[in-house]
Design a protein around this ligand. Structure first.
Ligand code: GLN
Length: 547
C-alpha cells in the first residue's frame, strides 16, 4: 500500500503548494519510487470546468476527460504521470455524491452529517489507486482555517489515524514574512498556522517555509521548537528564477531526505537528478531569444494560459532559446491595425477560449500571420478562427462564423462553418449532445485519436500519422466545407479516425501555419517537449534570425 503525504498550506494563499507537491513528486521519482499526485479542492463547484479562467486560471483536462485544477498540470509536467479523473475532487463533487446516495436511499434512513458521511466519501476517494504506487501525494487546496476546508482536514486526520503508524505524514507550507525595518524574518504566523492545524488534530511532520531571505539557523531552531518538528524537517523554500529549479532547490534544502526520514526509510536510495540538471541548464543558458505573441481574451491573467506558456518554454528549452511572451488583448485588433503590434514578433499563437468577445481580433491576427508568413499556431478556438479567416478571406464564404457566437447573441448572423457538435464517437460508443444540455462536463473532453495525412507538415512534425491528444470543445469545423476550403489552399491534414471531424488544418505553402482542434500544451513536459511546440519555436527561431 502507498505511503500518503498530505500537503496543506497556512498563513497566506498562493504559496505554491502545487509546485512544491509536484517537485517533491519528481524528487521521489528520482530516488526510484513511483508516485501519484492528487488535489482536493474545498470549493463547491463540482469541477472547475464551469469556472471563468479569470477566477480560477486554466482548466487542465486529463486523458480520461476530467476538467481539473491547473495544479494537476504542474503534477504532470514534473512527474510525467498522466493524471486521472480520480486525482481531482472538490467539495462540490463529494457533496453531490453524498446527496445522490441519500436520494437513492443508500444510507437506510440515517441522518446525513459531515462526519461521518462527507468525511467517509473523502476517505474513499483517497483510497482509490492506493495499491498502485509507492507514494500518494495529496494536496489540500486553500489554507488551514478556511471554513470550507474543514471536512477535508478532518478526513485526512482520520485517514492517518485509521492507517498503520508510519503510513501517512503531513507536510505544511507556510510563509516567513521579512520585516525590512527590523531586518528580521518573523516566525509567529507560522507558529499560529501550525497551532491551527494542531487544534484540529494534525501535527505536521515537515514544514516548508517560503522566505525571500535566507533563514538563519536560530530561526530554524525556533520554528522547530515551537512547532514541534525536527530541525531538519524545517525546509526553506526560497524564491526561484524559474519553477524548473524547484526539484534541485528542494533537494538542496533536504526536502526529499526529510520525507524519507519521516517515513523511516533507510538507507535512502540515492537520487538521480540528471534530468533536472539538464532541464535547469537549458532554462538558464539560452543561446538567444524569440518573441511570441499570445493573442487572446484572458490576457490579464497569465494563469488562464498556464500550460501554453509552459509548453512554449519547453519548446524554447529544446531549441536553446528563451521564449518571451508578448500578451496581446485580441480586442485591440478590432480597433487598431494588428501590424503595428505584431510586426517584428517571431511567431503568433491564438489560444483556446469561449464566447465571441475578441474573436474578430483573433481572426485579424490569423490573417496577419498567413499573409506575412509569420509562424502561427492556433489552438482549439485559435484553429476554428484560422478556418474562419480562410473561409472569409480566401474561400469567399464572407459571412463564415461559428454557431457559438450566434447562440450567445441569440441572432442568426453567420454561415455556420463552425457548428455545434451533436454527435461523435468515443471508443466504440456514440456520444450525443443537445444545444440545451447542461454546461458542466458536456463538451468533447479528453484524449481522442487523430489520423494525419502522410506528407503533411504535421505528420513530419510528429514523426507519425496516428496521434492522440486532449480535447475540450463544444463546436467543430463543419466537414461539409472541406472541399471548398481545400480548393482555396487550406489543407485538412488531421482528421478523427472516422474521417468526420477536422482535427488539424495547415497552409502547406506557409513556413509554419498549423491549427489544431485539441490542446497539445497539456501534454508537454520540460524533459519531453511537445513536438508541435518544439517545432513552432524552431520556426520562430528561424524568423528571429531574419528580422
Ligand atoms: N469555444 C470553442 C468550442 O467550444 C473552443 C473551445 C476551446 O478553445 N477550448 O468549441
Amino acid at each position: 500500500m502507498a505511503r500518503y503525504i498530505f500537503i496543506t498550506g497556512g498563513v497566506v494563499s498562493s504559496l505554491g503548494k502545487g509546485l512544491s507537491s509536484a517537485a517533491l513528486g519528481a524528487l521521489l521519482q528520482a530516488r526510484g519510487f513511483s508516485v501519484r499526485l492528487r488535489k482536493l479542492d474545498p470549493y463547491l463547484n463540482v469541477d472547475p470546468g464551469t469556472m471563468s479562467p479569470f477566477e480560477h486560471g486554466e482548466v487542465f483536462v486529463t486523458d480520461d476527460g476530467a476538467e481539473t485544477d491547473l495544479d494537476l498540470g504542474h503534477y504532470e509536467r514534473f512527474t510525467g504521470v498522466s493524471a486521472r479523473n480520480t486525482d481531482s475532487v472538490s467539495s462540490g463533487r463529494i457533496y453531490s455524491t453524498v446527496l445522490e446516495k441519500e436520494r437513492r436511499g443508500d444510507y437506510l434512513g440515517k441522518t446525513i452529517q459531515v462526519i461521518p458521511h462527507v468525511t467517509n466519501e473523502i476517505k474513499a476517494f483517497l483510497d482509490v489507486g492506493g495499491d498502485e504506487v509507492d507514494f500518494m501525494l495529496c494536496e489540500i487546496g486553500g489554507t488551514v482555517g478556511d471554513i470550507e476546508g474543514l471536512p477535508f482536514f478532518e478526513a485526512i486526520r482520520q485517514y492517518a489515524h485509521d492507517k498503520p503508524r508510519g503510513q501517512c505524514i503531513f507536510m505544511h507550507l507556510t510563509l516567513l514574512p521579512y520585516l525590512a525595518a527590523s531586518g528580521e524574518l518573523k516566525t509567529k504566523p507560522t507558529q499560529h498556522s501550525v497551532k491551527e492545524l494542531q487544534s484540529i488534530g494534525i501535527a505536521p511532520d515537515i514544514l516548508v517555509c517560503r522566505s525571500e531571505q535566507p533563514i538563519p539557523e536560530k530561526e530554524r531552531e525556533k520554528i522547530a521548537l515551537f512547532c514541534n518538528v525536527r530541525k531538519e524537517a524545517v525546509v526553506a523554500a526560497y524564491d526561484l528564477k524559474t519553477i524548473y529549479d524547484a526539484p534541485l532547490a528542494y533537494h538542496e534544502q533536504g526536502l526529499d531526505q526529510a520525507v524519507l526520514d519521516a517515513f523511516d526509510i533507510s538507507p535512502a536510495p540515492k537520487p538521480d537528478l540528471s534530468v533536472w540538471r539538464d532541464v535547469s541548464d537549458r532554462v538558464h543558458h539560452p543561446e538567444g531569444e524569440v518573441r511570441v505573441a499570445i493573442v487572446g481574451k484572458y490576457t490579464q491573467l497569465e494563469d488562464a494560459y498556464k500550460s501554453i506558456v509552459e509548453a512554449l518554454t519547453h519548446g524554447g528549452m529544446a531549441n536553446r532559446v528563451k521564449v518571451r511572451v508578448e500578451w496581446v488583448d485580441a480586442e485591440l485588433f478590432e480597433r487598431e491595425d494588428p501590424a503595428a503590434h505584431l510586426e517584428g514578433l517571431h511567431a503568433i499563437l491564438v489560444p483556446g477560449g469561449f464566447g465571441e468577445r475578441g474573436t474578430e481580433g483573433m481572426i485579424k491576427a490569423a490573417e496577419f500571420a498567413r499573409t506575412r508568413k509569420v509562424p502561427y499556431m492556433g489552438i482549439c478556438l485559435g484553429m476554428q478562427l484560422a478556418v474562419l479567416e480562410a473561409a472569409r478571406n480566401v474561400a469567399g464564404i464572407i459571412s463564415a462564423g461559428s454557431e457559438e457566437f450566434d447562440h450567445e447573441s441569440g441572432k442568426k448572423r453567420f454561415e455556420p462553418v463552425v457548428y455545434h457538435l451533436k454527435e461523435w464517437v468515443q471508443g466504440n460508443a456514440k456520444v450525443s449532445r443537445k444545444v440545451e444540455d447542461d454546461k458542466g462536463g458536456t463538451m468533447r473532453l479528453g484524449a481522442y485519436d487523430a489520423t494525419l495525412s502522410a506528407g503533411s507538415k504535421v505528420a513530419e512534425v510528429y514523426g507519425t500519422t496516428t496521434i492522440d491528444e486532449r480535447h475540450r470543445h463544444r463546436y467543430e469545423v463543419d466537414i461539409k466545407y472541406r472541399k471548398q476550403l481545400e480548393s482555396a489552399g487550406l489543407s485538412f491534414s488531421g482528421m478523427s479516425p472516422d474521417g468526420k471531424l477536422p482535427e488539424i488544418v495547415e497552409w502547406p505553402d506557409h513556413p509554419w501555419f498549423i491549427g489544431v482542434q485539441f490542446h497539445p500544451e497539456l501534454k508537454s513536459k520540460p524533459f519531453d517537449p511537445h513536438p508541435l511546440f518544439k517545432d513552432f519555436i524552431r520556426a520562430a527561431k528561424e524568423v528571429s534570425r531574419l528580422v
